[in-house]
Design a protein around this ligand. Structure first.
Ligand code: UD1
Length: 427
């Protein structure tokens, strides 16, 4: 078992380049199914979620040539299966992103039901309702969802009950091959959706309005392979902004490889909290915050404050000069991180989907466990400023979405290492 060990108190200097966005790369990989032939994706992050999506595509018959660490040539011409098997969907729920492309290309898909979810209840009900409106019929059997587009999908207007990222993406990827016009109303507006639409349009799709609440898709007969560069990871950038705000040396820390427009609300809130963030070409330079002001934050779909930055923001709030409330509106159960931060000395109370945070003067290093991807990264960041040693376990969560996280922090001067420790022994 690997853990990340952090010795707190060392200042950060220099620059770090963020990788391509996980949430974009995964959907772009799925979308290659729509264009038989070899699509080349550049700036792909080398993270475990990307490896899982690679396995999903390979099981269907795709071949993937790793051109270099960040470029994948994905040949989907020989794909002859439309199944996303349970062992892979169970590892990564985003595997369900292949449903739309498979329906678009083959008119059918067999997808393992993501764990803890069932048809008609929550989680992918909006994907299904939307696809049903396009004429897809669904059946479930032995833990699998069978989707069948029969004679073909026909465009229509789909109003999403909530601006779901995954549902918007699956619908776009199906509708590009539907007959006629599909309008997605109350579509999610995340930058990763714009990235997906840009690549699909290069492939020959006709999508307009991506990045707005109304996306219009004119179906086309075929799509062709392209070369596409994955957009920079705004959440990785945000994570490094928090690290720099806590520990930057006099020169500040430069964070590049992303668009500040994609992090607008985060930067605005952080500036209101007293962070010193200077916009530079390709990113930001962040100076150490002299003191952090408390701030109420609520997570919302883009362009609101992202739920994927909630844990990192909580690290800042926990050190603020007063009390803050963070409200989580997107996911239930996303406060598991708080109890780990409390082990490091934070003063946080959870009331439903609100976290009430009273600032403390500092953290003390402790053994903590990553509750999830973003929470895990936030614990490492908290360790940078903590007194003494912090050991973060369950770091497979961090590996899902942060490329070379330890190496990047070490490159900035942090004292962080990945250590193998024996698995705990059962009595
Ligand atoms: C994506 C991102 C994730 C991010 C989230 C919100 C990927 C791989 N993951 O997840 O990092 O935190 O957007 O920005 O891109 N819901 C339903 N029914 C549905 C679909 C969603 O009830 O059919 C609910 C979910 O349970 C959740 C909320 O809607 O509570 C948001 O989900 P959604 O926007 O779809 O997020 P994901 O696409 O799963």
């Amino acid at each position: 078992m690997d853990i990340i060990r952090v010795e707190g108190g060392y200042s950060l200097n220099g620059s770090v380049q963020v990788s391509g966005a996980k949430n974009s790369a995964l959907k772009l990989m799925a979308a290659t199914l729509l264009a038989p032939g070899t699509t080349v994706l550049q700036n792909v992050p080398n993270i475990s979620d990307v490896h899982v999506m690679g396995k999903v595509l390979k099981r269907m018959g795709a071949t993937i040539d790793v051109v270099d660490e960040h470029s994948l040539a994905i040949d989907t011409s020989q794909v002859d299966s439309w199944e996303a098997p349970y062992d892979l969907v169970a590892k990564m729920r985003a595997s369900t992103a292949v449903m739309g492309p498979l329906l678009g290309r083959f008119g059918r898909a067999k997808i393992a039901m993501p764990g803890g979810c069932n048809l008609g209840a929550r989680k992918i009900d909006m994907h299904i309702l939307g696809l049903e409106a396009l004429g897809v019929s669904f059946d479930t059997d032995h833990g699998y969802i069978y989707a069948d587009a029969g004679e073909g999908m026909v465009g229509t207007t789909v109003t999403l009950e909530f601006a779901s990222v995954g549902a918007t993406e699956n619908l776009i990827m199906a509708a590009v091959r539907a007959k006629g016009t599909t309008v997605i109303d109350n579509a999610a507006r995340e930058p990763e959706i714009v990235d997906l639409a840009n690549m699909l349009n290069d492939m020959g799709a006709q999508i307009s309005g991506a990045g707005t609440p109304v996306v219009t898709i004119e179906g086309v007969e075929e799509l062709h392979p392209v070369t596409h560069r994955v957009v920079g990871d705004r959440i990785e950038a945000g994570t490094f902004i928090v690290a720099a705000a806590l520990m930057a040396g006099d020169e500040g820390v430069e964070i590049t490889g992303f668009s500040t427009v994609h992090l607008g609300m985060v930067i605005k809130k952080f500036e209101l909290m007293g962070l010193n963030i200077e916009r530079i070409p390709g990113g930001v330079r962040v100076y150490r915050a002299q003191h952090i002001r408390p701030m109420d934050i609520q997570t919302l779909p883009f362009p609101g404050f992202p739920t994927d930055m909630q844990a990192q923001a909580m690290v800042l709030s926990a050190l603020a000069d007063g009390s803050s409330i963070i409200t989580e509106n997107i996911f239930e159960n996303r406060f598991m991180f708080a109890s780990e931060l409390v082990r490091m000395g934070a003063d946080i109370r959870i009331e439903g989907h609100h976290a009430i945070i009273h600032g403390v003067p500092g953290f003390s290093g402790a053994q903590v466990s990553s509750p999830d991807l973003r929470g895990g990264a936030a614990l490492v960041v908290a360790g940078l400023i903590a007194d003494g040693r912090t050991e973060v376990s369950a770091i497979h969560h961090i590996d899902r979405g942060y490329e070379h996280f330890v190496e990047k922090l070490v490159g900035l001067g942090a004292h962080v290492e990945r250590v193998s420790v024996p698995d705990s022994l059962d009595d």
